[in-house]
Design a protein around this ligand. Structure first.
Ligand code: EPU
Length: 428
């Protein structure tokens, strides 16, 4: 097993290129199954969650060819059996997108219950509600989710809560259904729009993605396409906060500044300078960090996937900040680890009260999940002394070439094998 070793205290300076979005890629890759011709995907991030999806596609019979580092050609037309094996589906949350895509293509899907980050209870009732509205019959037995439909018929789907996963699964299942589907109370995240753009580029008829009502007219045939995945909003936000926390000066390239607005707004409140350009943002700091309150919400609110990172920055602010988690039940598991580094945070339910301490101290810590791991990296970069982070397989699920990118900005970070352990392949 491996760990990151960070010698903190160096300002991040220079330029960093953001990779393709994980949460768009993990929806778009399975969606290739819906295409009746091969597809080419560009800007695919090289992260372990993507490797798992590609392995699933390959094991199911797809032909996958890397054309360059981030471009792949996928021919999924040979897939005939709508079943995702147990051991693979359990390795990641987004494996449930195979339910929507296989159901959409074959009117039948059998996928093991998904795994993924432990952020509290992660029910899928809204996904199943959407499938049932379209005519699917859902059964969960022996850890497998089985959905079958005689024929998928377009329908009205009202989601009881805003769910990214259920919105995506409903779109995937409805895109070839007979007639019109209307998804109400839909999620509006950038990766929902990206999936709709991808499907429309294959000939789908989807309107309204990015608003809370999405209308999908089913089409019988989807052609091949070449499509470039959007830049990762959360990777960009993570580098924005890392640059700020080290009081550095970093140009973050290949971003869509509009997707970063809620993060930019909070950083400016904290006293960070954010300059926006067409497809990049520059972060710099010339004053003290100021306390603030943050509440996570569905897009366009402040993203839950940036909550641990901004909480880490607020440890360095003067005064008391309040961070409220509005999406997940269990997203403060990093707090114990930050306390080891000198943070003064108390948590009551979904609210964290952060008393600024001005400075963090390096310590041995463990990444409890992906974004918590990103927060510990930020803490390590700005702390005095050495921070060693274990359980980094969580982090490698979502950040491409993290060590290389941070070293390129001047960080002192390396990946080392933990003595007495073997190198474990990073799987989520
Ligand atoms: N929910 C239900 N029933 C459902 C679905 C969701 O009660 O059927 C609840 C959840 O328990 C949660 C809320 O609705 O309280 C929102 O969950 P959502 O379905 O939106 O989350 P998700 O689709 O499982 C995606 C991202 C997460 C991100 C959330 C929220 C992917 C693969 N995952 O999860 O990303 O936190 O949306 O934005 O897109 C990450 O990248 O680190 C990550 C965890």
């Amino acid at each position: 097993m491996e760990k990151y070793v960070i010698k903190g205290g160096r300002k991040l300076v220079g330029e960093v290129e953001i990779s393709g979005a994980k949460n768009a890629a993990v929806a778009i890759l399975p969606a290739v199954i819906l295409s009746d011709e091969p597809c080419v995907l560009e800007n695919v991030p090289n992260i372990s969650d993507v490797s798992i999806i590609i392995r699933i596609l390959y094991e199911m019979g797809a032909d996958v060819k890397m054309l360059d580092k981030s471009t792949m050609r996928i021919d999924a037309t040979m897939i005939k059996d709508p079943v995702v094996p147990h051991d693979m589906a359990r390795q990641m949350r987004a494996s449930y997108y195979f339910l929507g895509t296989l159901l959409g293509k074959f009117s039948r899907a059998r996928v093991a219950m998904p795994g993924g980050c432990n952020l509290g209870d992660r029910p899928i009732d809204q996904h199943l509600k959407a499938f049932e509205a379209l005519g699917g019959k859902c059964n969960i037995e022996h850890g497998m989710i089985d959905v079958t439909a005689k024929q998928l018929i377009g329908s009205q789907i009202y989601l009881d809560m805003v769910s990214v996963g259920a919105t995506i699964n409903a779109m995937l299942a409805a895109v070839k259904a007979n007639g019109l589907t209307i998804i109400e109370n839909a999620a509006k995240e950038p990766h929902i729009v990206d999936l709709a753009n991808f499907l429309n580029s294959m000939g789908a008829d989807i309107m309204g993605a990015g608003t809370d009502v999405i209308k999908i007219k089913g089409v019988p045939y989807l052609k091949g396409t070449t499509y470039s995945i959007i830049p990762d909003q959360i990777e960009a936000g993570t580098y924005m906060i890392a640059a700020a926390a080290t009081r550095g000066n970093v140009l973050i390239k290949n971003v869509i500044p509009k997707h970063l607005e809620s993060i930019t707004a909070k950083l400016e409140k904290i006293g960070v300078n954010v300059e926006e350009y067409d497809d990049s943002v520059r972060i710099s700091v010339d004053g003290p960090f100021v306390k603030t309150s943050v509440k996570t919400m569905p897009h366009p609110g402040f993203p839950t996937d940036m909550q641990p990172q901004i909480a880490t920055l607020l440890c360095l602010a003067e005064g008391t900040s309040i961070v409220t988690e509005g999406i997940w039940d269990n997203r403060f598991r990093y707090v114990d680890e930050l306390r080891r580094m000198g943070a003064n945070i108390s948590v009551d339910g979904k609210v964290a009260v952060i008393d600024g301490v001005g400075e963090l101290m390096g310590a041995p810590v463990k990444a409890p999940d992906l974004r918590a791991g990103a927060a510990l990296i930020i803490a390590g970069l700005c702390a005095t002394g050495i921070t060693e982070i274990e359980d980094i397989h969580h982090i490698e699920r979502g950040y491409e070439e993290l060590v290389e990118k941070l070293r390129g900005l001047g960080a002192d970070i390396s990946k080392k094998t933990i003595p007495g352990t073997s190198v474990r392949k990073a799987i989520g």
